[in-house]
Design a protein around this ligand. Sequence first.
Ligand code: IPE
Ligand code: IPE
Ligand code: MG
Length: 244
Amino acid sequence: MKKNLINEALSLPHEKKPRHIGIIMDGNGRWAKKRGLPRLAGHKAGAENFKRIGEYLIDHNIEVSTFYAFSTENWKRPKDEVENIMSLLVDYLEEWMTMRKDKNMHFRFIGDRVAFSPRIRELMDKVEEASAHYPNVLNLALNYGSRDELCRAYELLMKEGKTSVSPEDIARHLYTADQPDVDLVIRTGGEMRLSNFLLYQSAYAEFYFTDKLWPDFSKEDIDDAILYFAHRERRFGGVIERNP
Ligand code: IPE
Ligand code: IPE
Ligand code: MG
């Protein structure tokens, strides 16, 4: 995108921007492979880019951002790759605790934490608590899968003794309970699929797919996605009346 359009995206009126953006950060492995590097190098570059893009979403004043970092299916990967991702996660959380800056977001970790080590779970609690005063929310999806999330919601509803269930009942038992639905889903890496990401919350989302691999996805690409969103006509099943 050309430089002069950057301001166009940043200066869009707030109501034209998505309230909630979901990002499927895909393509780290291929980014590394293209450079003849191990997959870990791709995950490292991906983690750096996550920091950059997260900060930039604050400039855009996006209310909620959800970053898909590790799915319930990603445990299938080779043991050393999973271990590498877990140690990057510990490094990231520790760094956040020691280096946190003014420009930041309220972290929420969404997904089933039971699978993580006590150290990671402790860090997640600390980061959530220490960031709670920031106004913009950043959900980091870790061991997250929509199907798991929905099963968990139904189990909670059964425990409440519900015999009939409304869409609102389900929504209030999701990890994103108090947050707006997803308005815009961005997926890097060229695949056009959700891979178990926010299935329920993205019922009326707009989709922005790009071939760019996640470590190459830039602030200008975020501007591009937000401008794309601003030009969509959202009907939510209704009809938009126009003057003849
Ligand atoms: C996304 O990048 C990161 C995770 C799923 C953890 P990938 O590791 O899936 O990268 P590709 O798709 O193999 O290139
Ligand atoms: C989706 O990417 C999950 C994350 C980005 C965390 P995958 O690489 O796991 O998805 P598939 O396997 O291509 O569907
Ligand atoms: Mg992938």
